[in-house]
Design a protein around this ligand. Structure first.
Ligand SMILES: [Zn+2]
Length: 312
């Protein structure tokens, strides 16, 4: 066979491979730790990826207990995309159970993590010396600032391109298009918050999931539960919150989709604050719910806040 002929055959083969539609069995298998990451991977990966979430819509990833089926999913995946920053405390054991060979992509790589603090206690003159248990912990909820999610998207794009170079161009185009949507979303969240009178931009919710949102958009969130959801708030924590609500005239308490509503309902009853609705903190909803995608979630939450805080 002549060199020319070989070259022609090689070129044709390359063209056929590059243009072949990604059949289901050829898709890049990606498993993510929770629903928000699965949505981001879907947006960047499009039809070339087959993505799932270990912790599905409406479920709490803080306290998840992986199953043997999860270990199989991890073992079969080309990429395992996780949030990092200590969010998935169960991950290391799962990776080991899956044989330890998984390629783990930390979506928050490069994000400046915020530390938990009890700043609001100092500012408001608490004198009993109470400290939160996890004062020095890193806050994993970085997705609550929309601009951070652009970094998530960049990390996902790079990981997909490395795992599947033939799709790199598509991943770059999808990531750029989605990032532009995030810029618009970020501007919309900012604009939404300005509709709430400054004095009413303070609310109570279950756990400290909104620190990044607070820092980026200027709504004060106070929570009886810390950064994680493993432990119930103590009677003392609840009493502290109740007196804080009364002292600062906090207008509303909000439920979270991943948390038991009873504590917030009780706090509302004892303080006269109203229940302002449900916020989506750590998980999306199923397709027929109000927050099936990350962008839906970040439009829904400010809408709920405005609804409750601009009317008395
Ligand atoms: Zn959380």
């Amino acid at each position: 066979m002549s060199i020319l002929l070989r070259t022609v055959i090689a070129l044709c083969t390359a063209v056929i491979l590059a243009s072949a539609p990604a059949a289901a069995q050829e898709r890049v298998k990606v498993i993510t730790s929770f629903s928000i990451l699965a949505d981001l991977v879907k947006n960047v990966g499009g039809e070339r990826v087959d993505v799932g979430a270990l912790v599905g819509p409406g479920s709490d990833a803080h306290v998840y207990a992986p199953t043997p089926a999860d270990a199989r999913k991890v073992a079969e995946a080309r990429l395992v995309v996780v949030n990092g920053l200590g969010f998935e405390g169960w991950l290391d054991r799962l990776i080991k159970a899956a044989g330890g060979k998984a390629t783990v992509v930390v979506a928050t790589k490069g994000i400046k993590a915020r530390k938990a603090d009890d700043d609001h206690d100092r500012k408001h003159g608490r004198k009993d010396g109470h400290k939160h248990e996890h004062d020095d912990d890193v806050d994993p909820h970085a997705w609550q600032n929309v601009l951070n999610v652009k970094t998530y998207v960049d990390n996902i794009r790079d990981a997909l391109a490395a795992a599947d170079p033939a799709g790199a161009e598509m991943y770059r185009a999808n990531a750029a298009a989605y990032s532009a949507k995030l810029d618009a979303l970020n501007a919309d969240v900012r604009a939404a918050v300005t509709k709430i009178p400054a004095a009413r931009r303070k609310i109570i919710t279950n756990h400290d999931a909104f620190g990044y949102f607070e820092a980026a958009y200027g709504i004060k969130f106070i929570a009886p539960q810390g950064l994680a959801t493993e432990s119930e708030p103590s009677a003392r924590d609840v009493a502290r919150i109740i007196s804080q609500i009364k002292r600062q005239k906090v207008p509303a308490v909000f439920l979270e989709n991943i948390s038991d509503p009873r504590l917030m309902q009780r706090i509302a009853k004892e303080t006269g604050a109203k229940v302002g609705g449900t916020l989506y903190s750590d998980a999306l909803t199923a397709a027929n719910g109000p927050a099936p995608t990350y962008i839906d979630m970040m439009r829904h939450n400010p809408g709920t806040l405005i609804g409750a805080l601009t009317t008395s």
